[in-house]
Design a protein around this ligand. Structure first.
Ligand code: SF4
Length: 210
């Protein structure tokens, strides 16, 4: 994959999908971080069905840190793994109050120290909560970038490095959202719709599976 081809791919995806937005609904860094933790192993859409109630009853880290875990479990149950998630978001709220003075940290090291926050989640918070250039690698970004030919690796950190080495820093966040959008609409996991894919001619997957 060359930078020239990558630029052409991003331009086509931009033209195809227009202005792309992240799937989670949030109004501030608190809501983003909690939504990201809840989004593990489920869809953004599912998370968006529980967060309005959660944030209405627990509007900040302070209130969430003091919550009864069983009350949180009841609200977030439909997101799956709700016992762990409830414990994690209450615990991380306490840590943010005591260690970070109630403010979401912005480094990978500090974010991944929080329970329930892995590298991908931390990069999402950095990108969308702080505007720091990052390419979070989720299942869609991994699949789409491998199929197109940005990488052959299945290691998320290596995929992230490969993408960051080819895509210009100012395009990292947008590329992440474009790849997710493409992965959800055309480059589907089980059966990609290559016959109606706008980047068909640049894709390694079709060249290797004619
Ligand atoms: S051509 Fe097929 S495999 Fe390649 S990006 Fe498009 S849908 Fe995905």
């Amino acid at each position: 994959m060359t930078q020239e081809i990558s630029l052409a791919i991003l331009e086509i995806l931009r033209e195809t999908y227009g202005q792309v937005e992240p799937g989670l609904h949030y109004k501030n860094q608190y809501q983003l971080l909690i939504s990201v933790v809840l989004s593990a192993q489920t869809t953004d859409k599912q998370v968006n069905t529980v967060t309005p109630v959660l944030f209405q009853e627990y509007p900040d880290f302070k209130s969430l840190a003091q919550a009864e875990i069983t009350d949180i479990e009841t609200i977030i149950r439909s997101t799956g793994f709700y016992r762990n998630k409830a414990k994690n978001i209450v615990m991380l709220s306490g840590i943010i109050i005591s260690k970070y003075n109630g403010k979401v940290p912005d480094t990978l090291e500090d974010l991944t120290f929080l329970p329930g926050v892995g590298r991908k989640s931390a990069q999402v918070v950095r990108a969308f909560g702080f505007g720091i250039p990052a390419i979070p690698v989720d299942t869609h970004v991994m699949r789409v970038s491998k199929r197109i030919g940005y990488t052959t690796s299945t290691n998320p950190v290596e995929v992230e490095r490969a993408l960051a080495g080819i895509i210009s820093e100012e395009d990292w966040i947008e590329s992440h959202v474009l790849f997710i959008t493409h992965g959800r609409s055309i480059c589907l996991s089980r059966k990609p719709s290559c016959d109606r894919c706008p980047i068909y001619c640049y894709c390694d997957f079709v060249n290797n599976n004619p």
